[in-house]
Design a protein around this ligand. Sequence first.
Ligand code: GCW
Length: 714
Amino acid sequence: MKTSSIFQILLILLLGSSALKAEDGHRLWFRYDLIAEPEILNHYRESITGLMVEGNSPSLKIAEDELSKGFKGLLGIDIPEVTSVGKGNIIVAGTPLNSPFIASMNLNEKLKKVNQEGYIIINTTYRKNKVILIAANTDIGVLYGSFHLLRLLQMHQNLSGIEIVSSPKINLRMLNHWDNLDGTVERGYAGSSLWDWTSLPDSISPRYIEYARANASIGINGTALTNVNANALILTKEYLAKVAVLADIFRPYGIKVYLTARFSAPVEIGNLKTADPLDPEVISWWNQKGDEIYTYVPDFGGFLVKANSEGQPGPQNYGRSHADGANMLADAVAPHKGIVMWRAFVYSNDVPDDRTKQAYSEFVPLDGKFRENVILQVKNGPLDFQPREPFHPVFGAMPETPLMMEFQITQEYLGFSTHLVYLAPLYEEVLKSDTYAKGKGSLVAKVIDGTLENHKISAIAGVANTGNTRNWTGHPFAQSNWYAFGRLAWDPYLGSAEIASEWIRMTFTNNIEIKEKISGIMLASREIAVNYMTPVGLHHIMSEGLHYGPGPWVDNTRHDWTSIYYHRADSEGIGFNRSSTGSNATGQYFPEVGGIFDRIESCPENLLLWFHHVPWDYQLSSGRDVWEELCFRYNAGVDSVRWIQNEWSEVQSSVDKERFEKVKSILEKQEENAMVWRDACLLYFQTFSNRPIPEIYEKPLHTLEYYKALKYTF
Ligand code: GCW
């Protein structure tokens, strides 16, 4: 073969593979590809002829590089970095402190409207030239604003006349990584941990920077690196040196590092005999540990703690309260402005009458007993990240204590990275739930953004779905959940549809028809999963331990971990009576909403079996009775997955081959698993209802025994 043809083949291989690589999902929502539509491209090329970022902090440097890179990719030309304004249409980014030009623009009034992380993006003119200003009070604000401007370009928005004023509504917007020091990730479905503890602090993976950039682009400003099922080793010098390296990398992206504190650490790594929070030696051990951590990480965010829950040690081991434990740790970080996020996901070792009541029962009496730098981290619902739960009754019930939200981004109970489930509708449903704590309009969002009670700290956490797999999240669509979490953390009043639209435009396409199709899939996907997994308010009927696939028959473990504990199916009916005639969990809500849940007639049907034990022949608004409704919903769920498959097949020509095929093949698995869910649950519940599955529906493919014997692995 001639050298030239070998060269040609090599070139083709090279180009081919890089084109493929480009769409393996690694780029997330940063696809700065040349804009194909001439009109839009021209508009941007006219509006942006130069870039000026004054000031030279690391964060500003990142903003400048990102803008340059974005412009170059999207506009297909190098946009020169200029040092003065007056010629051409310049993008100017900076703060009045760092940028003499911004300082000269009299933006004080406008900048007063945004907080320390907020920004404005406005059009103005300078010596007859158009200028777009990205101005903020801090360098991080500039970085956030820069990402916003790039997002507008990626979404093909017209830049003339834009006037954006944006501030995060929640102070701390965090990811919680359930990452273990051995590299495994609890409930992680996207490979191993991103943190390579073995090779830190000497070797630095480029992914640390990519991770920080992705988070900064959506405003995430905190990361708890380690699992809440904590290992005390992370608090040793050896590990703190590693943590310091990550903190240094994340800092210019506005991200602070937090660690999980194992309550028994004074015993395990400090050689003390006790971890009693009132013991002077223990107190002093934590104080010293606090001081030590800050020598490694001067802006350390603080501790995240899971105590006295699922076997984790805590203050109750010593007869002390959660407040005693939290306050002791809070005092250790207070001199350095650190905080403690104390989780409310607790339940004791004794099987309770109703597990969903425990957090409220344990914490509400402690309201007002926590230090100022303690915030209580509450899961969205009272049980455990189910496909649907009512909002947690603690929201609104502890006015003296700042409460933060914990959402799960990783899909522990929602089909791992095998099921396409866009979670923003779940988040939105919770955030927009009305607690009635201070009358109508006391939304959960207002509890956690601090506005309901005027709390100083406000926070939201999402249990991360990231891992070291090439596309970060396993399922290409799971990236949207990371994105949506960040956007809702910035503004908990945003809508799922708007967020989906942003993500699709940046991640797939600006073609309106295709965007609508993909958005239709995403917006329907959560309800679809609810239908084939846990319709009408069913919950916690997943396979034991792993939580993938159905396991409504599970009864061989601690009672409040079994499925039968939750669905309570018998020959009369199905559902957990949590009304005033049952466990009275409805009594934990404010009367306006608790009353609605309490009465079977007024209880929302999508939570019916959560709150009530309902006769099989109880009529629902659909005209079907409970048994018929279950048959209908399980089947509708499966049919809807097929509908998704069909919709997806129609976007084929507009989506790159690699991601198209990947989603297509995972959807096949989702369909299979949805059918297993349907058949297993209907066959199982049929043993109680003693009613046939109506003829109109597909017959189960296998026997109940077959489904019971299925073993799931990940
Ligand atoms: O949902 C349960 C999970 C555990 C998790 C726990 C928690 C980290 O199954 O894996 O432990 O919640 O939130 O603490």
